[in-house]
Design a protein around this ligand. Sequence first.
Ligand code: MN
Ligand code: MN
Length: 467
Amino acid sequence: MAKEKTEGQNLKEKLLSNKKHALFNMSEEDIKKGDEFCESYKKFLDSAKTEREAVEYTVDLLEKKGFVPFKPGMGLKDGDKVYVNNRGKAVIMAVIGSEDIKNGVNICAAHIDSPRLDLKQCPVYEDNEIALFKTHYYGGIKKYQWTVIPLALHGVIVKADGSKIKVTVGEDESDPVFCVNDLLPHLAAEQMKRPLAQGIKGEELNIVIGSRPFKEDKLSEAVKLNIMKILNEKYGIVEDDFLSAELEAVPAFKAKDVGFDRSLIGAYGHDDRVCAYTALMAAVNCTAPKKTAVTVLTDKEETGSDGNTGLQSAYLKYFIADIAAEFNEEGRTVLSASECMSADVNSAFDPTFPDVLEKRNCAYINYGVCVTKFTGARGKSGTSDASAEFVGKIRKLLDDNGVIWQTGELGKVDMGGGGTVAAYIANLNVDTIDVGVPVLSMHAPFETVSKIDVYMTYKAFSAFISA
Ligand code: MN
Ligand code: MN
C-alpha cells in the first residue's frame, strides 16, 4: 500500500512548481512518436542546409499537400491552402480558416538561414601553389570552430548570359570536400596567445580548393588556372561569374543521433531549421483551422532580418494585406487582431558552462519546448516582451493540448543576449511570443538538440495554428 502523503508534501505539490525531465510525463507511445518524427527531421536537415534548399524542400512538400501559389484576386475560401515563394529564399504559406479574417490570423515564423561561410565576390586565388577561396562569414560565429572540419559548397552562380547554375559539392559520398586550415600546435605559440575571438581571424577563414597546377612551364597561377579549368568543364563558368554568385560553405557532415541512448540529435543548422521544420509540419498537417494559419519561413535572421527576404522587410505585411483583400478587409485590421509564435531556438543549460545562465530562469534540454517572454540585451533592449495576458493565453493553450513546456531566458542579466524576429512582427501590432527548442552549442558547426524537445515544439506549433 502506498504511504499516505504528509500535509507538507500535499501542500508542496499544490503550491510549488515541479519541473522535471519530460520523459516522466510522456507515454511510451508519445516517446516513440517523437523519435519517429525526428527521423524525418534528420532527413530534412541533410537535404536543406541553406535557405534556398529549405525553400525548395518546402515548396515541393506544399505542392504535394495541395497548396497552390497565391495570386491576388484568386478568390479564397475556408480550407484553401496557398503559398508565396519570396525569391527562392523565404516562403509564406496559409491555410484559410473558417472564422472571419478580421478576427486575426495565427502566425508561426521561423528562419531558414544559418551561420556559415559565404564566398566573397572575387573568391579564387593562388598562394604558394595552393588554390583557395576567400570567405566572408555570415551570422554570429566563433571563427575557430570553422577550421579543420569538412565543408560542402552550396549555392547558385548566375552567368554573364543570365542563366543560373545550382551548385552542391561535398554532400555525396563520392564528392570531394573543402576545409579551412589551422596552425599546428608546434608552431602556434604566438597564435595561442591571441584572445579566443581572434584565435582565427576573419581573413584567415580561407578555404582550400586545390593544389595541382596546369602543366605548362613558366605559367603563373597555374594551380588557380587548373581549378578554373575544372569548374569551366563542370559548370561552364569563368572567374568573373563568381561576381554574380551566392556560394555558401557549410559543414559537410550529416545529422546524427548523439548519445548511447540516441536521445539527442547533432547537426549543422538546428538554429533555426528545427523550428522551421516543426512549423512546416504543423502547417501541412493543419486542416480546417478556425483562424487562418500563416507560417513564415524567413531568411536573413542571422544578419539582423534586413533585406527583402528578411522579416524587417514588408513581405509578411503585404501577404497579410493581400489575403485580407480577398475578404474585403484591410491588412492592418487583420494584423492588429493577430497572434504570433516567433519560432526560434533558445540556449540550453550546459553543465560544462554553468556560469552564463541563471539556473532558475533558463531552458534545459528534455524539459520540453521553451517559451521565452522576452529577449534582448541589458535592460531588455530590443525586445517586444509578450504581455502577461498573452503569455497566460499561450500557457493555457499548451497545457490544454498536452504540450510539455518550460520557460527560459537567454543568459544571465548583462551576460550578453540576443534577439529573434519577434520584435519585427510585434511591431506590426501583433501579439507575439518566442517559442522554440533549447539548443546546446548554438551557432557551432555541430549543434545539439533533444528529440523530446523537437517533438514538443511540433506539438506546440500544431496546437497554436490549428486552434
Ligand atoms: Mn535563430
Ligand atoms: Mn541564431
